[in-house]
Structure formats: C-alpha cells, structure tokens
Design a protein around this ligand. Structure first.
Ligand SMILES: Cc1cc2nc3c(=O)[nH]c(=O)nc-3n(C[C@H](O)[C@H](O)[C@H](O)COP(=O)(O)OP(=O)(O)OC[C@H]3O[C@@H](n4cnc5c(N)ncnc54)[C@H](O)[C@@H]3O)c2cc1C
Length: 478
C-alpha cells in the first residue's frame, strides 16, 4: 500500500508524491490527518480550517474520479500512521516537504524518526523553490529558476482503490476554495485584472481587484508555484510578440508579479533555514527592546481597529471582514503596532496569522521581523498612517465604508482621539532602535544575518529582476 500524505499541497496536479505513488505496485491511499495540535495552535484559526475543509472536499472529489477517495484520519500524525501500518501495512510513505511553524517542524521530525524506526521508506519532495539543508544563499536564485523551469509533474490517470475507511468531514462555508477557483483566479489576473497591477497594488481600494489574489491558493497548495510561474511566463512570452497598446503596461505588471513569486520562496527560505525566527528576534541584540513595555490596551485598540487613526482602523476592520489585505497595508499595520504602539512583534504576528486566510509561516514571520526592525539588514520603514490614508484613499471612501462612525464627516484622514502621538512615537522608536543598531554586537549579528538570509544580486541584464529591493536599502514589497 502506497500512502500519500497531503498537508499544504491540496491538489492532484504537479504533485510529485502522488505521481510517484501511482507508479508503484499496490493501492494508493491519499491521506489527510486532522491534527488537533495544529488546530489549537495560537497561529491557527477557524478561517484557515474552513478554507482547508472546502479544499479537502474538492480534493476528495478529484481523487475519487481517479479511483481512490481521500482518507481523513484524526489524531497525532505518528499514531495515525502507525495504526495504518499495523492494520494494512505501508510499502512506502510519500509527501511534500513543508516549511511550517514549530509544531509541524517537530511533527515532521517525529514522522521521519518513526518511519526510520519502523522500516517504512519515506520520501519527501520539494514543492516550491525552498531548498532543504541549504548550505549558502549564493546561487539560490539560480536554483529557484531551475526548479520553476522543470516540467510540471503529470497528474495520474488512475489510482488503484484502497478500501480504507475515512471519517466524515463537516461541510465548509468558505467560498472559492477549489482547484477550479485557483485556476480561474490566475486566468482572470493574467487575462485582464493584472493590467494595472504595478500601479494599483498599493491602495486597498484598487488592490482587491488588481492584485492576483493567489496567496491563499499558494499557501494551501491548491496550485503549485511552478504552475503559476510557468503560466505567467507563457503569458509574458505571448505579449512579447504583441503590439497591442497595452503590451508595455502588461510587461511591467508581469515583471513585478514574477518577482513577487520569487520573493514568496525567498522569504520562506529564511524560516526553513532558521526555524527559531518564528519565536525570536532575527538579531538577538534587539531582545528585551519592547517586551517589557508591551501595553495590552494599545494592543486591543489595534486589534479592534479603534486606534483613532482612521486609515489604520479602516484597514484592520477590512482585514477582519475579508481575511485578506494588500501588502502595503499589512506592512503599515505592522509598522503602526511596532513603532507607534511600541509592541513586540510576536503577539501581533499571531493575531494577524489568524486573520490572514493565506497564512504562510515562512513569509509571515520573516515579513513581521522586517517590518518591525529586528532583522538588522532592512531599512526601517515607519509609515505615516495619515499620509498613507491621503495617498491610498484620497477621497476617504474606503475609510467611510469601514469606519462608519466617520461616514458623515467632511474630513476623515486626520486622527480622532488618537491612542498615540505619531511624530513623538516614531522619534522614540527610531532613537531606541538606532541605539541598538549602532552596537558592535548588533552589527556583527546583522552581518551574519545578511550572509545567511540576504538576497544576492543577480547578473545584470538577466530577467526577471528578483533581487528584493529592501535588502539593498529601499522598500521591499511594493
Ligand atoms: C507583515 C506581513 C505578513 C505577511 N504574511 C503573509 C502570509 O502569511 N502569507 C502570504 O502569502 N503573504 C504574506 N505577506 C506578503 C503579501 O502581503 C501577500 O503575499 C499578498 O498581499 C497576497 O496577495 P496577492 O496574492 O494578491 O499578492 P500579489 O501581489 O498578487 O503577489 C503574488 C504572490 O506573490 C507572493 N508575494 C507577494 N508579495 C510578497 C511579499 N512582499 N513577500 C513574499 N511573498 C510575496 C505571494 O505568494 C502572492 O500570492 C505578508 C506581508 C506582510 C507585510
């Protein structure tokens, strides 16, 4: 019996573990384990589980069509696998590598140990550009390119049935959580919505339509990174021969989009290489900087969108309602929590992890550390929330919609009974962070962070340009 263990890879196409299992003798058991430890974790939420459940129902439908329904089991992974081994035997266990949080990291180690001890061959394949046991960041971009250029793994046409029992999975409320939705989202972006991507990604008003909105599909693996990269490049290649008036705009947008697909793995690689950054400052010299001054009242005001800064509050309330917000607004919310409210990043990170339907630990913690100034290698980016509101929501319609108590006001951008004085707060933050940044010990650590995690410049003239700008001293993201 070949067991294929599905985790954050809820698809049948470009799925190497499933493909390899189907080539071997014997029934194929597609397995998903519902793990209480993950569901109860402080970075998990009903939003994630609902999306996953909807995707699992769809995955089961696709697998049934091939001959082998999805088996859902509940429990600790090793216990579940051992039970299947004992009752049915496992000739081979197949899975994708996962760059997850501390819980899934420890779980994967336990499963590897169990497989070794019980003599079950266990093979894991990479599923994006993240490289396991990476020795050095030199040449990483080339490795990423190589992986993305490899052929998409064919979908098996038949899976020998297994006859194993499954537990029923409750229905899910999540809309748009199927493979078809992932494909339509990519197609509509590449065929039309993405035209003004570069210009419209920064405002939450235009980003909703003009950004790809692929993040949740990538995070839960409804499509593979390689599929997205290849379809994007296919579209770019077709454009190269088109003389349409919009071709130039398209080329610009697709270049920016392609770069962000690369960044997806670039950020995840940081957590893969250093799992501790989920919990600890990347540069330890920042330890103790904010922890002792954590103000619960401020944190609650930020969480509820009641800081008195209309644009911050509108963005937070929009995020709570939609499970998504664009990059710049995520960065601004974190900047506000970290600099204006002087909150250590860990609790805000857990809160936003729960709110993001696309929660991807590798991107999340790396971005959080970057936006709160603890990486030692990135320019401090302190957003002025009032200016952002004026720039990104000039007529105030977004603020009026999401902060309805201001709906009748003629002017909505200026703070109303603000929790803090922005100018004084960022001056304080800059001073405190600067003091640490200038320490010899912090500089030494920052150099090793740059060596370990910093992006490397690409050969000039090579396309696509994927060197993350912030790591050269400017804004990283949009
Ligand atoms: C504090 C903070 C936390 C974040 N947490 C997450 C997270 O948990 N999961 C997540 O997928 N993204 C996260 N991001 C990155 C980014 O905001 C989202 O990927 C993006 O907003 C998703 O919308 P989209 O799919 O329409 O993006 P698009 O702009 O259409 O980009 C396409 C894809 O590229 C990747 N991408 C885009 N921007 C970035 C970036 N700056 N860094 C890394 N990858 C990027 C994503 O996979 C995204 O789906 C975070 C950003 C910040 C500032």
């Amino acid at each position: 019996m070949q067991v294929v263990w599905f985790k954050r890879d809820l698809r049948i196409s470009d799925h190497r573990p499933l493909f390899e299992a189907a080539l071997r003798d014997g029934p194929v058991v597609p397995l998903f384990i519902v793990e209480e430890e993950i569901l109860q974790a402080p970075d998990s939420s009903a939003l994630h589980w609902d999306f996953q459940r909807a995707a699992l129902h769809d995955l089961d439908r696709q697998l049934r069509a091939l001959g082998a329904p999805l088996i859902i089991r509940q429990g600790e992974a090793v216990a579940v696998l051992e039970e299947i081994r004992r009752d049915h035997g496992i000739a081979h266990l197949w899975a994708h590598e996962e760059t997850g949080n501390g819980i899934t990291y420890a779980r994967d180690r336990r499963v590897r140990r169990w497989a070794r001890d019980s003599g079950v061959p266990f093979t894991e394949f990479p599923q994006n550009g993240v490289v396991r046991r990476l020795k050095s960041r030199d040449g990483w971009s080339q490795l990423w390119e190589k992986r993305m250029a490899e052929g998409v793994t064919p979908t098996p046409v038949y899976l020998p049935p297994h006859g194993l029992a499954t537990v029923a999975l409750e229905p899910a409320a999540a809309a748009r959580a199927t493979r078809r939705d992932a494909q339509e989202t990519l197609e509509s972006f590449l065929a039309g919505r993405g035209l003004r991507y570069t210009r419209e990604m920064s405002s939450p008003v235009s980003a909703e339509m003009s950004c790809s909105r692929l993040s949740e599909y990538l995070a839960w693996g409804l499509c593979s990174m390689r599929e997205v990269v290849q379809q994007t490049r296919h579209r770019a290649a077709r454009l190269a021969s088109e003389a349409a008036p919009e071709a130039k705009l398209w080329r610009q947008s697709l270049r920016s989009f392609d770069a962000r697909l690369h960044w997806h793995c670039h950020f995840m690689q940081k957590l893969e290489d250093e799992p501790r950054i989920e919990f600890e400052n990347m540069v330890r010299a920042y330890d103790g900087l904010r922890e002792g001054e954590f103000c619960r009242e401020r944190f609650e005001a930020w969480k509820q969108g009641r800081t008195g800064f209309p644009f911050i509050d509108a963005c937070m309330r929009y995020l709570v309602a939609n499970g998504w917000i664009n990059f710049r607004m995520r960065a601004m919310l974190v900047s506000f929590a970290s600099y204006d409210l002087w909150l250590h990043w860990r609790e805000p990170a857990l809160y936003l992890a729960q709110l993001f339907r696309d929660y991807e630990p590798g991107i999340h913690y790396s971005q959080f550390q970057m936006q709160s100034g603890t990486t030692g290698i990135n320019t401090l980016r302190m957003y002025n929330p009032t200016k952002q509101g004026i720039d990104q929501d000039p007529d105030g319609s977004f603020i009026r919609r999401w902060v309805p108590e201001l709906a009748g006001e003629p002017e909505v951008h200026q703070p109303r009974r603000p929790t803090v004085d922005h100018v004084a707060a960022v001056a304080y933050a800059r001073k405190r962070l600067g003091e640490i940044r200038r320490l010899d010990s912090s500089r030494t650590e920052a150099r090793s962070v740059a060596q370990r995690h910093g992006s490397r410049k690409r050969t000039p003239g090579r396309r696509p340009r994927t060197t993350p700008p912030a790591e050269q001293g400017t804004l990283f993201g949009d």
